[in-house]
Design a protein around this ligand. Structure first.
Ligand SMILES: Cc1cc2nc3c(=O)[nH]c(=O)nc-3n(C[C@H](O)[C@H](O)[C@H](O)COP(=O)(O)OP(=O)(O)OC[C@H]3O[C@@H](n4cnc5c(N)ncnc54)[C@H](O)[C@@H]3O)c2cc1C
Length: 398
């Protein structure tokens, strides 16, 4: 019997596999695809600071583009650029990143079974049974603990009764050939565009990654419409498209993340930034926490009681992040196109711009939210009494 079976060979699963194998646990990762890192649907943005500090993984190693600033595009068309003229983040080669993490896991001693799809997970009193399907037919795997690292629509979460709600954001992303040097990521908001999320254009080496997310509707159609109607794209942009993919982003706090002999990590656990859906830093950070809790529990029994510390530790580190991010997302959803334009145009005001540039943290949005809440009243001159009252009332309601 294995000590640990990890379902999903994405970044979270492979990183967790590496950590547990290094600690001497017999670890197997099952991945349904024939290759790690494919198919891929991700803007691939990693913050320059925190991931390296917290996990030792340096995004620079996989960088295809430095990102120095953000350009925010409201419905009015009056875009606002925010930059500190330093490298804030990197657009990485996601497929190469995922493969590197898989190689590290295998080098540490984990077994990686490709072309192996898990079809059923049953945690029992003294073991977990997994049914899998491979090219050679059906197989069975037994382990003391199972890790659900199988993405947003997690089978492990469903089979272990940990999925409380399923309300993902559906995304479509295209790669279009890029012909000029560019260091700015662009974000586009507006209710015509997307009721629940936003669109983006990220320079990434030889291409732009252009995408759009929403909770409902045909996102591929919405993406085509967005490119057709936006002046940042030329008439024949659609002919420069070299790839079009779709995928899901989970909603945080929609799953319980531990149970008897089971832990969820990464997208399977809903560990993404509520405002942007970015999940690489959070998933890897939480996988590190999970590997510590799992290692301690495996020394005894990985019972629900011995695994509950995982949720407490994740909440201690990221609970406020999830809560404030979810409130900010709720407020954005309330905004009309006029509100969104008015709000983004405020970012041009020197006092507000400086406050943002001093407090914004790519991976920890709560730092800025807390400052804005604290300093709100002192911004009355820059924001104006009417708008400030409106924003404060939204904050109370959220
Ligand atoms: C359009 C888009 C853009 C994004 N942009 C960014 C970004 O710029 N920055 C950022 O930080 N995050 C971004 N994200 C989020 C990021 O992609 C995810 O947070 C990240 O991939 C989560 O990693 P993971 O290992 O938890 O899950 P995944 O990467 O989803 O990996 C899950 C793995 O499990 C496998 N699997 C699933 N079910 C089974 C099964 N039953 N049996 C075997 N294997 C299975 C899958 O094949 C997959 O390999 C984006 C997401 C989308 C959709």
């Amino acid at each position: 019997m294995k000590d640990v079976a990890i379902v999903g060979g994405g970044p979270s699963g492979c990183f967790m596999g590496e950590k547990l194998a290094k600690k001497g646990f017999k670890t197997t990762i099952v991945e349904e695809h024939s290759e790690v890192g494919q198919p891929m649907c991700c803007a691939g943005i990693l913050g320059a600071q925190r991931l390296l500090k917290e996990t030792g993984l340096d995004p620079k190693n996989w960088s295809v583009n430095e990102l120095k600033g953000g350009i925010f595009n409201p419905p009015s068309g009056n875009s606002v650029k925010l930059t500190r003229n330093q490298t804030e983040a990197y657009a990485i080669d996601r497929a190469r990143f995922d493969r590197s993490l898989a190689e590290r896991a295998v080098r540490a001693g984990a077994e990686l079974r490709l072309n192996t799809r898990c079809t059923e997970v049953s945690p029992r009193e003294n073991k977990v049974s997994l049914k899998t399907e491979t090219q050679n037919g059906k197989e069975q795997l037994e382990s003391r603990l199972v890790i659900g690292a199988d993405g947003t629509n997690s089978l492990v979460a469903r089979n272990c009764d940990l999925m409380k709600e399923f309300s993902p954001t559906i995304c479509a992303q295209a790669e279009i050939v890029k012909e000029t040097e560019d260091f700015d990521a662009r974000v586009y908001v507006g209710n015509e565009l997307s009721q629940d999320f936003f669109a983006w254009k990220v320079p990434a080496g030889d291409v732009y990654r252009v995408g759009l997310g929403d909770k409902e509707g045909n996102v591929k159609e919405k993406l085509h419409k967005f490119m057709k109607n936006t002046s940042d794209f030329s008439q024949n942009t659609q002919n420069k498209m070299v790839r079009l993919t779709t995928d899901l982003i989970p909603t945080p706090n929609t799953r319980k993340i531990y149970g008897n002999r089971v832990l969820l990590i990464g997208d399977a656990a809903g560990q993404v930034k509520p405002l942007t859906g970015g999940g690489l830093y959070l998933g890897l950070s939480c996988a590190k926490i999970a590997s510590q809790v799992a290692a301690e529990a495996l020394e005894k029994e990985p019972s629900e009681k011995n695994l509950q510390k995982y949720e407490a530790s994740v909440n201690e580190k990221f609970g406020r992040e999830f809560e404030l991010g979810a409130r900010a997302r709720k407020i954005l959803k309330k905004m009309t196109d006029e509100d969104l334009s008015e709000f983004i145009e405020l970012l041009e005001k020197p006092k507000i711009r400086n406050l943002i540039l001093e407090n914004a943290d790519f991976d920890r949005h709560s730092n800025l939210f807390k400052t804005l809440i604290k300093k709100g009243p002192s911004l009355i001159k820059s924001v104006g009494a009417r708008k400030l009252t409106k924003y404060l009332s939204w904050l109370m309601d959220s």
